[in-house]
Design a protein. Structure first.
Length: 294
């Protein structure tokens, strides 16, 4: 929300989910982190839009651990909605999001506008319309997840893009492997995008882990975040045909340079070395399974 208010990227919907902090920003949100968020939003968005264009939007998107993400509304504004957009998170998070959607017309109106057929299904832990679904489920139990998604008209024969941003790292390696295996087995044509930590065995990575542990935040799956190779390996060992992984410094170098110049002028970046270290400790990985040669 802070990054959007300063002008790193545009998101007219985040204001309805997150209150603007009274102070300028929390001290730990450094300039480097804001640029990292910027690279993440644009990097994941680039892959997602490439998939939507390749399939001509005749596909579905499943956003795993979606939280208060606003992507459905932004894609609608860009006329890039897939045939159906699913979000999954814990029931408690889903209940909060549904409350925001029901009580704020700028969120509910686009869902109603894209809905056709019978009346909308909405209860405290799920919402289902023609083009948008939000499901309360635990990602550690893929069979339960699949059952809930199918109740909301998940079509396993459609090309499917699954997105997980800082999600797998909170699961044990076995639990994330089970989820990836399920995703690779469930859809003949699919792509998986994962954004999370990498290079976590060096000193900088260890300090990141210790800082999180001090806040009672345990990264149960951090051992898979050893390197870009270990990230790729996890995807290939769990049923995906091809896999790639690049750190966020590399992602940043690929972004349109005119826009990078614009965001670098927003605020003074005083600790360039720290910023580069931070960017080298996050990555975007993507894997695909492609029986239709898309």
């Amino acid at each position: 929300r802070f990054a959007v208010s300063v002008g790193y990227w545009q998101d007219p919907y985040i204001q309805y989910f997150v209150r603007q902090a009274k102070e300028r920003k929390a001290p730990e949100i450094s300039r480097g982190k804001l640029v990292c968020y910027y690279a993440r939003v644009h990097g994941v968005g680039y892959l997602l839009k490439a998939f939507l264009k390749k399939t001509e939007c005749n596909c579905q998107v499943v956003n795993l651990g979606a939280g208060m993400d606003t992507l459905f509304w932004r894609l609608k504004d860009e006329n890039l909605l897939p045939r159906k957009y699913f979000e999954v998170d814990f029931p408690m998070i889903v209940a909060r999001k549904i409350h925001h959607i029901k009580s704020k017309p700028p969120l509910s109106k686009p869902i109603i506008e894209t809905h056709s057929g019978d009346s909308l299904l909405i209860d405290s832990h799920s919402l289902d319309s023609s083009r948008y679904s939000i499901v309360g489920a635990d990602l550690r139990f893929p069979s339960d997840l699949e059952e809930k998604l199918k109740k909301h008209n998940l079509d396993v024969h459609l090309p499917t893009l699954l997105v997980a941003e800082c999600v797998l790292v909170y699961m044990t390696p076995q639990q994330s492997a089970d989820l990836l295996k399920w995703a690779a087995g469930a859809f003949p044509v699919a792509m998986f995008i994962n954004y999370e930590q990498v290079n976590m065995t060096d000193r900088f990575g260890q300090i990141m882990i210790e800082n999180l542990q001090r806040r009672q935040c345990n990264l149960a799956g951090v051992e898979v975040c050893r390197s870009l190779e270990s990230q790729r390996e996890r995807l290939l060992l769990n049923g995906w045909e091809s896999a790639h992984a690049i750190d966020m410094m590399k992602v940043y170098s690929f972004l349109p340079q005119a826009d990078v110049k614009r965001i670098e002028e927003l605020e003074f970046l005083d600790e360039k070395e720290l910023f580069e270290q931070l960017m080298q400790h996050y990555c975007i990985c993507w894997a695909s399974k492609d029986s239709s040669n898309l």
